[in-house]
Design a protein around this ligand. Structure first.
Ligand code: ADP
Ligand code: MG
Length: 328
């Protein structure tokens, strides 16, 4: 099967009318048509075999994840997905693998009304680069830079699940089979918080999607806003999905904090909003079907201060993910 047959078979579908794509796969350029008054939000993320995933991963899960991590960036901007492009380097043409990959990719794309509008296909070490295009009212995008002293600090969904699964794969942790299955699903098929991001427009003062660990990603928001924060470690640690599961009694407070604050691959939204907007944030979470949890407060003094439930400083270091540092 040649390049063009491969594209025609696996990556060419009719373009739905009214979805912001005027011309899709097949010409030199795709044509996007965002609605009047909207800005285009654009983001790229690359997945490289060996670095971001293992060769043995289910191709459908990989198709899902390649798009999900990009949709997560649109979510953090409060943008509505329109279209994406797919640049693929493939070591060989494996029809069954491509069919699985396309199935996972298009299932998520269809769930978000996001049309594959073009791409590139070449031979090479397995690499997947997706670029997404979304639309957001001009001037209305959520940015990293808007946090103000006095704002609440919030996070969506659950934290640390993907890292838990990764450590089990690495052999540094052992957990019950059901806990591993749930954590693995979160790692391989993350849920981009697209509806929540849009619901937070006009409410959140800043937002970022958590891909490298909450504490580190929060640092970007604090530096961009010229502010600092106090983060309640145990409020974040309570959001690890496996918390309270049978067979997890050996995990101490430091372990849960590490997973939540330095986990990585969460694809949740961390965001700030004025204290007066608490009810509006809760309503946005409810409307989006995504739980939201208040985990701290923005302050004028720069830096991230991590405290326990009593407000005492947590001295554990999170930047290097100490708890599992043997593997880092
Ligand atoms: P060009 O020669 O302009 O680079 P290509 O021959 O690479 O064009 O691609 C032909 C058409 O197929 C283009 O419209 C391109 O966007 C699309 N395309 C190529 N690879 C993919 C892919 N993996 N997924 C979706 N569309 C693709
Ligand atoms: Mg090309």
């Amino acid at each position: 099967m040649g390049e063009f047959e491969l594209i025609a078979r696996h990556f060419t579908r009719p373009v739905p009318p009214g979805g912001g794509v005027a011309l899709g796969v097949g010409d030199d350029c795709a044509l996007l048509a965002p609605a009047p008054g909207m800005q285009l939000a654009v983001s790229s993320d690359m997945l490289v075999e060996g670095r971001h995933f293992l060769a043995t991963v289910d191709p459908a899960a990989l198709g899902h994840k390649a798009l999900a991590v990009n949709l997560s960036d649109l979510a953090a901007a409060g943008a509505k997905p329109l279209a994406f492009t797919l640049a693929l380097a493939l070591p060989s043409v494996d029809d069954a693998w491509l069919a699985g990959f396309a199935r996972g990719l298009f299932a998520l794309a269809d769930a978000h009304g996001c049309t594959l509008a073009g791409g590139d296909t070449t031979r090479g070490p397995l690499t997947i680069c997706v670029t997404v295009f979304g639309e957001v009212p001009a001037g209305g995008a959520l940015l990293r830079s808007g946090a103000r002293a006095g704002d609440d600090l919030w996070v969506s969904g659950t934290l640390g699940d993907a890292r838990l699964a990764l450590e089990v794969f690495r052999g540094t942790l052992a957990v019950p089979a059901e806990v591993f299955a749930a954590a693995r699903a979160r790692m391989e098929r993350p849920t981009p918080r697209v509806a929540l991001g849009q619901a937070l427009r006009g409410i959140a003062t800043s937002a970022i999607d958590v891909s490298d660990g909450l504490a580190g990603d929060l640092g970007h928001v604090l530096r961009a806003g010229g502010v600092g924060a106090t983060l309640e470690a145990d409020a974040a640690a309570a959001r690890v999905a496996a918390r309270g599961a049978p067979g997890m009694e050996a995990f101490d407070a430091a372990a849960w904090r590490s997973l939540a604050l330095a986990g990585g691959d969460d694809y949740e939204l961390a965001f700030t909003a004025p204290a007066a907007a608490r009810a509006a944030v809760e309503a946005a979470g409810h409307a989006a079907g995504t739980p939201v949890t208040r985990i701290g407060r923005i302050e004028a003094e720069p830096g991230l201060r991590i405290v326990d439930a009593q407000g005492a400083p947590v001295t554990q270091r999170f930047a290097s993910f100490d708890h599992f540092s043997a593997t880092e």
